[in-house]
Design a protein around this ligand. Sequence first.
Ligand code: F6P
Length: 567
Amino acid sequence: MLHREDLAAPADLAQARRALAGTTLAELFARDPNRFQRLSFEWDGWLLDLSKERLGEDTLALLVAHADSAGLPGWIAALLAGEKVNQSERRPALYTALRQTGDAPLVVDGRDIIPDIRAAQSRMRTISAQIRGGLRVGATGRPIRSVVNIGIGGSDLGAYLVCSALAQPPRARGSTGPQTQGVDVSFVANVDPEHLTRALAPLEPATTLFVITSKSFATQETLANAASAKAWLVAALGKGVDVNSHFMATTANIPAARASGIASVDILPLWDWVGGRYCLWSAAGLPIALKIGWERFEKLLAGAASVDAHFRNAPLDRNLPVLLGLVGWWNATHMKHVERVVVPYAQALFRLPAYLQQLVLESHGKRVGRDGGALTEAHSPALWGEVGSNSQHAFFQWLHQGPREAPVEFIVPVDAMHPLADQQALLVAGALSQAQALMVGRRADGIRTELAALGLSGIELDAAVAARVCPGNRASTMLLMPELSAYRLGQLLALYEHRTFVEAMLYGINPFDEFGVEYGKTLAKPIVAALADGAPLPPDTDGSTRGLVAHLRTRIGRAGSSATSDS
Ligand code: F6P
């Protein structure tokens, strides 16, 4: 087992960081005409360009050596072999088993889990074919046409991302004809009743199916939305009608799902060894299979499996998730960046930043190491982002001229396979030019000449020049993906999962637990009771929470009664 001492970064990495202190990225390019070739990595049609990251001539080699001496190859093997890498909860993290291609046994606590996975997949295939084919009927005998996934966190984000990214059926290159859609699938996560209400507004109760996705089947938001969905069905279909046929569940808590009235045959299993943020590959991906069909869901799994094999087999210095993770670790621990920004240049990936926020921040949001000791190094930057080109007209100003640097990860599907090729070129050019601008910046002398020619002078000229200077020397990674297909999306998500694992191993943390979120859930319960029923708060409740509850108790749910409301 790895010990914390092994994680100390070698002195030569600190030295490499000091050597870079007075050097700009532009100077690094000037010194090494082969920098792009040296720091770009191609694999299976992908191109990872790290040349605009703040890496000196030897930094990457030193990072790889550090990963080796920190035992990273052993951790990768342990993860993929199903060892109990989630030490605090004493369980493996086997999302990779869910996309394993062959039937080689994988034993967890004495049981080969592969047959269980195959059985669940076979049920998913049958269910998705039935529903997409209009063969499943609701209580009134009418076929199901709309599916609403009710779940939150990992029980929402992954499936929602994939469904929105792959919503369009594959289109033959150059075709502009109409496209057929599968069953309509929507997602409700927020306990804010507005979310469910808006989702249900266009739907017909008699033809709507709810899939309750919850590993625990105890999440308050999900159970509240499920209860409201049931009430909506009963109100529309009549009290005497058994609406349970309008519900399915995916859960590790089968007794609770059964107790809610859902038939056993309509409950798909989850397992302890699949974490919420890694569960889209499991039966929690049922909405995906319903939306895009089983064959494309299998392609998603196959894409992820190809990255798993690459992660397992490729040498560290040519291993894409390892390289991404090493640079992420370097940026956090040595360059001391407290943020990272993800910008996918694809509208279809508009949910990617939200998905990655859960994947990365729930995994890396830890203040102690695996042994419980406080972490001494900087680690775990916050992550935010939005699609390009929209973000160019929002937060890129901050990235170019704001007070501090946040490295940007540009993710660009190259071939959009749609007929508007000119717009695709404009989109991709946006990514390249933003990355270029971040690195080279805009110098004062050129601006001064331009503005002086327009007649500005003196203090006015100085101020105008200063406002326009972009310091540049701001780092970014460019990840070019071949196209946005199910297979390639599976690869992208697996790349980020493994990258997140690599960083966690180097930080020395357990990426697979989330006790902080669990604590928040516990505290919510007495507050709900106090607000809803006036129940007393626990005696140790702080003064602010008490004051807020007292203020809200008489007001909550009375919107519309004041002069400032819209109604
Ligand atoms: O947000 C915390 C969390 O535990 C996530 O990890 C999980 O994806 C989410 O809550 C939902 O949990 P469940 O699937 O048990 O409803």
